[in-house]
Design a protein around this ligand. Structure first.
Ligand code: GLA
Length: 746
């Protein structure tokens, strides 16, 4: 049994997706739009090869928006019908498509995914395409060449068949059964976990009986520490529910595997999930000052900085040596006012409570540069998508204030979906979801937090709302009147304004216009560029005033997306500078959803540790993308580890380097201000990875003192490391007293 589970774990880390034929390879591609491209007998031999599961932007079509077609020739063997238990339907899984699609089988329409009013240009980019037809449908040519043709329209950003599962399968018993695992784990004393799971059917044609196996496995050693098999009996309106409990031997990565075998057909279904485990130690009673150690502001601009400090409340705050023009509210820790002269000041911050005193220096640099350390905040997109509204933003601000602001988190950023249209004077108006932007900004500021907004240099944003094209100055004036502190500026429909093949100057142009507009206000507005990395933006982001710039297309909550984005940052990482950061996109931890309904991130707990560790090493802006009102203890543990955040916020913002890449282990390092080296050892493998690493190979000389950063614990001095990592896991260390050469691995 153990072996079977280990095998399943290796191959189906999230869920089993049964496909008789995998259709990943052999796709042909052409930009444009011609009706005959759907025909079975159309000669596509001159078309380009393309991979599915990757946006076309990354395959030689940078910045391409509009129509394009994919075609695939595939033989569908009749044996797949024969081996199925219920001989009913055939399903074509075509992954997610950005933005809309029409799909043809041998020249006849199989299905379409369009937006409002049947408009292919507004298709749902985030929904897996699955088209099902009866086995006796005349469109299928059994045991012969079939042509699947996919017509795609992309209106901005990444395009094409960019992610997902690609296969043809005959639907079977197991397609009607789901193992429900969405109830949270509950945690008790002695590492007790309890969880309710279920089995559900989506058909009223059959009742099901079978056996459900539950096993808890150590993903590194393969040892099973808990095993139970129970009989299950369920129908459409009669789901099966079961609650299991187990005591885990240690606080570390564990996986639960659920395996259901259906009695009549013998067909089975497997789902596995990681059990969240908390590494961040509980927050101490004594005061501790967190957040940035260096802060940039412009002369005369309204200044707002809340001293971030943990410790038992009430805390009292002091600041000695603040620049002229600033005052501290000793009860709230909020420093406000405006600085009337340029220059650097080192202030001494002190925080006290009944358990002790903490002091730290804060360097305030009044000059032309702001946002000297990466922004720490929240953005509405990865959770609420276009359904963001005033109430959701206020709730998020409140939750940030209560739960995370003491660790240095400060920005509350509204993404797309707030805009209405322009009034007669051309001023941008917020839509009915945001009845009073000024009062919203005032509310966020009253908590000592900052607020961000979103627009596009084009006429429309990516979500189809009004953009800033030819209203840049006016929009910035409006933002300033409201009290905005951060602007995400997203290329989107500017593709229609720019030439078809934009030069680097064309790419810079809209950002220079907005930079100049921002310079004219007397507010410090962080400028966040979003154009998906086009023209290697990291080489010129600072020149167009960018405090950060997205380096890739949009992230989603999958390992493929996370690792594809995170581990390709070695190209842009050398360009990291204080005040100018690569932005590998927002965080996908907690409850995310890109719309009104949310789900738990599909990343495993280990992948989430990897996410936060890598983003911190990269000095990336950390923008939480989940519902702040539903922060569970695991997600909080990811976001409130002050030693991890200190790596992200290190004032020198030295570039992260990939120094080792062998046997599916990558090691990334970053030199810190205090002379130590932060080091992330990442397991790229879908399986556990056990290796001996000599620290010499990592360019660390002699015996090196190491600190486990997530556990905030010194672990001794080493010359060799025994690395034992779960699938996609990380070990984040801080090395002291070492010498590291500048070698970088490609
Ligand atoms: C683009 C951006 C996302 C988000 C959406 C909003 O896709 O890359 O981060 O801002 O637009 O429509």
């Amino acid at each position: 049994m153990r072996k079977i589970f280990a095998f399943l774990l290796a191959y189906f880390p999230v869920s089993l997706f049964s496909q008789d034929i995998v259709i990943k390879d052999g796709w042909k591609f052409k930009t444009g739009d011609e009706p005959q491209w759907s025909y079975a007998n159309f000669n596509d031999s001159g078309w380009a090869q393309i991979e599915v599961g990757k946006p076309w932007e990354l395959q030689g079509y940078p910045g391409y928006d509009g129509f394009a077609w994919y075609r695939l020739h595939v033989v569908i063997p009749s044996t797949i019908k024969e081996k199925s238990f219920l001989k009913e339907k055939i399903r074509f899984d075509l992954g997610k498509i950005d933005d809309g699609d029409d799909v043809f089988l041998n020249g006849s329409m199989l299905g379409r995914n369009a937006g409002r009013g049947g408009d292919i240009k507004k298709g749902p980019y985030d929904i897996p395409r699955s088209y099902t037809i009866p086995l006796n449908d005349r469109r299928i040519k059994w045991d012969a060449d079939n042509v699947i043709a996919v017509r795609v329209y992309d209106h901005g950003g990444d395009g094409g068949m960019y992610e997902g599962n690609y296969g043809i399968s005959v639907t079977d018993v197991t397609d009607y059964i789901s193992i429900i695992t969405n109830q949270p784990f509950e945690f008790g004393p002695s590492r007790k976990i309890t969880k309710k799971i279920g089995l559900q059917s989506t058909t009223d044609q059959y009742d099901f009986t079978g056996k459900l196996g539950i096993a808890i496995v150590d993903p590194v050693s393969g040892t099973t520490v808990f095993k139970q098999t129970i009989g299950a009996d369920f129908a459409k309106n009669r789901p099966f529910e079961y609650t299991f409990s187990a005591n885990l031997p240690e606080t570390k990565s564990w996986q639960v595997v659920y395996h259901f075998v259906e009695d009549r057909s013998g067909k089975d279904i497997t789902v596995s999930e990681g059990i969240p485990y908390i590494l961040t130690p509980p927050i101490g009673k004594e005061p501790r000052i967190n957040g940035p150690k260096v802060y940039g502001a412009r002369q005369g601009a309204p200044f707002l900085f809340r001293i971030a400090a943990t410790g038992e409340k009430p805390l009292s705050y002091e600041a000695v040596g603040l620049p002229q023009g600033l005052q501290l509210d000793k009860k709230t820790g909020i420093i406000s006012g405006s600085i009337n002269a340029k220059g650097n000041t080192v202030a001494k911050l002190t925080v006290k409570n009944k358990s002790g005193v903490a002091s730290r220096k804060l360097t305030i640099i009044c000059g032309d540069n702001i946002c000297l350390t990466p922004a720490l905040g929240w953005n509405s997109w990865n959770c609420w998508g276009l359904s963001v509204n005033d109430e959701k933003v206020r709730t998020s601000a409140r939750a940030m204030f209560e739960k995370l602001a003491d660790h240095g988190w400060s920005y509350i950023n509204i993404d797309d979906g707030w805009e209405k249209n322009r009034n007669q004077q051309g001023e941008i108006l917020a839509n009915e979801k945001f009845p009073d932007m000024k009062s919203l900004c005032d509310y966020v500021h009253s908590l000592g937090l900052k607020i961000g907004i979103y627009s596009s240099p084009g006429t429309l944003t990516c979500g189809g709302f009004t953009g800033s094209y030819q209203h840049e100055k006016q929009d910035v004036q409006t933002y300033a009147q409201w009290g905005i502190d951060y602007l995400k500026y997203d290329w989107c429909s500017y593709a229609q304004v720019a030439p078809e093949h934009p030069s680097v100057d064309d790419l810079k142009k809209p950002y220079l216009t907005m930079r100049d507009a921002l310079k004219e206000t007397n507010r410090d507005i962080v400028f966040s560029l979003c154009q998906y990395g086009m023209g290697e933006v990291w080489n010129w982001g600072p020149e167009v005033g960018g405090n950060s710039w997205r380096t890739t297309g949009d992230i989603t909550d999958s390992w493929k997306s996370l690792s594809g984005i995170g581990f390709s940052q070695y190209k842009s990482a050398p360009k990291t500078l204080p005040g100018h950061f690569n932005d590998p996109d927002m965080l996908v931890v907690g409850k995310v959803g890109w719309g009104p309904s949310l789900h738990n991130t599909r990343l495993t707990p280990d992948e989430q540790y990897t996410h936060i560790s890598l983003w911190s090493l990269l000095s990336a802006p950390l923008l939480i993308g989940c519902d702040m009102n539903q922060l569970d203890s695991f997600t909080l543990n990811l976001l409130e580890n002050d030693e991890v955040l200190a790596i992200d916020q290190d004032p020198q913002a030295k570039p992260a380097k990939k120094i080792y890449d062998k046997n599916k282990i990558q090691v990334w390092t970053k030199e810190l201000e205090d002379g130590a080296i932060a080091m992330g050892i990442f397991n790229m493998d879908d399986l556990a990875n056990k290796q001996q690493l000599s620290l010499k190979e990592l360019n660390l000389a002699g015996s090196v003192k190491l600190r486990d950063v997530w556990r905030q614990k010194n672990i001794g001095a080493f010359t060799n490391l025994s690395v034992q990592l779960p699938p996609h896991g990380v070990w984040l260390l801080k090395a002291v007293s070492s010498s590291l050469s500048q070698k970088t691995s490609k």
